[in-house]
Design a protein around this ligand. Structure first.
Ligand code: UGA
Length: 428
């Protein structure tokens, strides 16, 4: 198939690389010339496990190319919209990139006589495709959706750090269509991938993505709340999860208690769902609490540090881990950033280390943060250590002998850690 992917961010690039490695012919369209030229030079502009190799192979074999010229989508059969949908300051979703790309695709479709299918893969609040994308495509192409061109929704469920694996091994493929047959084109994209394919209306498909992310976020805040109760009762929440996770109705995944969820998806999508609910006259109390519990984990960690160290003015605190989770350099909504801001507000000096995310952190954090060359340097000469991302290299117990350690990610085994250092788990 000849495919165009709009947007060379995480979702777009991984999708484009994965489809090209399945022997489709793919072009990635992005307005950022630096990204375009990097991809064409076989370098991934983002860090994602395995993506450099995939891009390199596919660009070399001419199955993948990047361009900033929208006109090139005319030579493809399907266009996937994969642009970002960040949060506005009020929690609503910023759909401007989706709207702009729909307009640009529309302008191109006006000049095309063969049938074309547009697939929305960006995460968009339910109703967006019908109320914003289709009108923009129709207005700018002067054509009719589901008559002159096909339109479908195909949400992604890829986790950063293992996004390619998620693409090739999905639990399910969701295809939203309002016209019988459009979904066949989407199914063709995934030929050879074994997973249940579920077809439904466009808005339902959009809602499935939100429900999935909202449920995952709820699981995390739920177990953090249970963990906070357990800590007060002197019970280890991780033992509790071993006991409840085997109930197939509950499951053991996404019940790792800790400092809370970050990233570019869970916080943004839950906020957007809360905002959209309010818009239609419903107060999403549970989801509001999910966000509140998540925010409070950071404050709980600060409280624990203050209980041990007293006034933080003039104290030196080592923060291990800046990325929102391991195996990525992504710091968007990473709990560590907020922890560092609050520590500095209280007058502490912060030394930080992360194997991948320091360059990104430098661009958003105060210039007063001191970055260490390696983990050993980071943990030396400080009043306490906060572990906020579960990188493998932080599991080395010998780093912590005789130190005061606050573990926000269950990196250390509490029983062993309590023998070698003054150890506090955030909710165990
Ligand atoms: C999330 C979803 O898991 C993907 O299915 C979805 O496709 C993606 O968002 C998206 O919407 O594009 P991602 O943001 O990559 O993926 O990260 P997750 O692996 O879900 O982790 C999110 C946060 O939750 C991280 O900060 C992680 O440390 C935290 N987490 C995760 C916990 O605190 N406890 C857990 O048990 C699991």
């Amino acid at each position: 198939m000849r495919i165009s992917v709009i947007g060379a961010g995480y979702v777009g690039l991984v999708t484009a690389g994965a489809l090209a490695s399945k022997r489709h012919n793919v072009i990635v369209v992005d307005t950022d010339e630096t990204r375009v030229s990097m991809i064409n030079r076989r370098k991934s502009p983002i860090f994602e496990e395995g993506l450099d190799d995939v891009l390199s192979n596919c660009v070399e074999s001419n199955r993948l190319r990047a361009t900033s010229d929208y006109e090139e989508i005319l030579a493809t059969d399907v266009t996937l919209i994969c642009v970002g949908t960040p949060s506005n300051s009020d929690g609503s979703m910023d759909l401007s990139h989706v709207t702009e790309s729909a307009k640009a695709i529309g302008r191109m479709l006006g000049a095309k006589s063969e049938r074309h299918t547009v697939v929305v893969r960006s995460t968009v609040v339910p109703g967006t495709t019908r109320e914003i994308v289709i009108p923009a495509l129709e207005q700018h192409s002067r054509k009719k959706a589901n008559v002159d061109f096909g339109i479908a929704v195909n949400p992604e469920f890829m986790q950063e750090g293992k996004a390619l694996h998620c693409f090739f091994n999905p639990d399910r493929i969701i295809v939203g269509e309002d016209e019988e047959g459009v979904g066949d084109t989407v199914e063709e994209l995934y030929e050879g991938i074994s997973a249940p394919i579920i077809r439904m209306g466009i808005t339902t498909a959009e809602m499935i993505k939100f429900t999935s992310n909202a449920f995952l976020a709820t699981k995390i805040s739920f177990i953090n709340e249970i963990g906070n109760i357990c800590r007060k009762l002197g019970i280890d929440v991780y033992d509790v999860v071993r006991g409840v996770g085997l109930d197939y109705r509950i499951g053991e995944h996404f019940l790792n208690a800790g400092i809370g969820f970050g990233g570019s998806c869970l916080p943004k999508d839950v906020k957007a769902l809360v905002h959209s609910s309010r818009h239609v006259g419903y107060q999403a109390q549970l989801l509001e609490s999910v966000l509140e519990v998540n925010k409070n984990q950071i404050l709980n960690m600060l409280r624990m540090v203050e209980e041990k160290l007293g006034n933080l003015e003039g104290k030196t605190i080592c923060v291990l881990g800046l990325a929102f989770k391991p195996n990525t350099d992504d710091i968007r909504n990473a709990p560590a950033l907020e922890v560092i801001r609050l520590l500095m507000e209280k007058g502490a000096s912060v030394k930080a280390y992360d194997p991948l995310a320091m360059p990104n952190a430098k661009s958003v954090l105060s210039h007063k943060v001191e970055y260490s060359r390696d983990v050993k340097e980071a943990v030396s000469n400080c009043d306490c250590i906060l572990i906020l991302t579960e990188w493998d290299e932080f599991k080395n117990e010998s780093l912590y002998y005789g130190k005061l350690v606050f573990d926000g990610r269950r990196v250390l085994d509490p029983e062993r850690a309590r023998v070698i250092c003054d150890y506090e788990g955030i909710c165990w």
